[in-house]
Design a protein around this ligand. Structure first.
Ligand SMILES: O=C(O)C(=O)C[C@]1(C(=O)O)C=C[C@@H](O)C=C1
Length: 381
């Protein structure tokens, strides 16, 4: 059987470095995580079956039968872990060896790459939802979470701003990842055959110009790699996924177009979250993230931001979100929207100047919380 017909090769595509499987069917009765070595015979069985499927395809076999077979093989595979869902959170435990890092999405998602960049040699643990990743850390199932917070083209990931406040984790670091999107389709599908494109809404927004030029109908899914997986599993021939080159390899898809984001400098910033804060230092460039709310009144936000300007502290990000518990406030018979302000500033909480700024802010803030003080990611992308 000629190996070149197999698009999912064993070493790079099926195993891919994840050694735990969190799906209930693969969990040991004592709730510890089942591990699989690189030489798993099941892995080779899967590759062999895929190879024979490809060969059958070449002989003109029914595509829907093939799609069902491929789906079954992937679902049975212990090598592609199923993401954690909220109701599984009580069922697995951290084994204390490598750092276990939760991310949202499935294998091949940009968030997985960010987790691996933030914690080299970590065990990246896929989670279905952002919320699940937060909870996985809170319940000691994993050690850290790495979650996207903003993108240079698409803007803020609002959901994670809201969750930062709803949960009690601390920001212990940030990591920036260059995001280079590809258009992925099944082999044999040409760009002219495409009608639809599936991806994470952020990824779709980052490729707005290309997708508009191609006239593709956008369909939002949970993550970019999940879109690639769906294209492969369902053997779709009118749809493509916006996803990474890594996802193309994992799910055996063809790269129809590369670098389709609207700007070559497309960067997503991720936050590293932990149960305990790190001790802020002054030995390197630090950033501090805070959230606060203010009284209603003329110039109040101006005054709040002035506490930093007066001390020459540089602000790197400001975001406002509705204050959900009190979305409206009344003043003089009028109703105003009520907000939370998230601010990142370039100073360590170990700096007296930062402590003074926050003391000053407390004088008129109705609520203030420090989300974390952590080293700035200064790596060039
Ligand atoms: O869908 C993925 O692959 C993700 O990791 C999520 C996500 C995001 O939420 O912004 C991360 C990076 C890119 O900006 C696009 C999508």
């Amino acid at each position: 059987m000629a190996m070149h017909t197999v698009r999912l090769s064993p070493a790079t595509q099926l195993h891919g470095g994840i050694s735990s499987n969190l799906s209930p069917s693969n969990r040991k009765p004592n709730n510890s995580i089942v591990r699989y070595g690189c030489g798993s015979s099941k892995r080779f069985r899967i590759v062999t079956v895929l190879a024979s499927l490809r060969e059958n395809d070449a002989n003109g076999r029914d595509n829907s039968v093939r799609a069902m077979e491929v789906k079954k093989i992937f679902e049975d595979s212990p090598l592609l872990p199923k993401p954690l869902s909220s109701n599984q959170l009580t069922e697995s435990v951290s084994n204390g060896s490598r750092v276990r890092v939760a991310y949202q999405g499935v294998r091949g998602a940009y968030s997985e790459s960010a987790a691996e960049k933030a914690y080299p040699n970590c065990e990246a643990v896929p989670c279905e939802e952002f919320d699940t990743a937060f909870e996985a850390v809170e319940r000691w199932l994993v050690d850290r979470a790495v979650l996207p917070i903003e993108n240079s083209l698409g803007g803020s990931i609002h959901r994670n701003y809201d969750l930062l406040l709803r949960h009690n984790l601390h920001i212990v670091g940030e990591v920036k990842l260059a995001v280079r999107h590809c258009l992925l389709a099944n082999h044999g599908v040409n760009i002219e055959d495409l009608r639809r494109v599936l991806s994470h809404p952020q990824a779709l927004a980052q490729c707005e110009n290309t997708l508009t030029k191609l006239g593709l109908v956008r369909e939002a899914v949970d993550d970019t790699a999940g879109a690639a997986k769906q294209i492969a599993f369902e053997n779709l021939n009118d749809a493509a996924a916006v996803a990474s080159e890594k996802a193309a390899k994992i799910y055996g898809l063809n790269i129809v177009a590369k670098d389709i984001q609207d700007d070559c400098d497309n960067v997503t910033r991720f936050l590293m979250l932990a149960r305990e804060p790190i001790i802020p230092g002054t030995n390197r460039l630090f950033k501090t993230s805070i959230v606060f709310s203010l009284e209603e009144g003329p110039g109040v936000l101006f005054k709040a931001l002035a506490v930093f300007a007066l001390r020459q502290i540089n602000l790197t990000k400001i975001e406002s979100r509705p204050l959900r518990k009190h979305p409206l406030r009344a003043s003089g018979g009028l109703k105003y929207f009520d907000y939370l302000f998230y601010v990142d500033f370039e100073a360590s909480m170990a700096d007296e100047v930062a402590q003074n700024a926050l003391r000053h802010l407390e004088e008129f803030a109705t609520f203030l919380r420090v989300l974390g003080s952590y080293p700035v990611d200064t790596t060039m992308l």
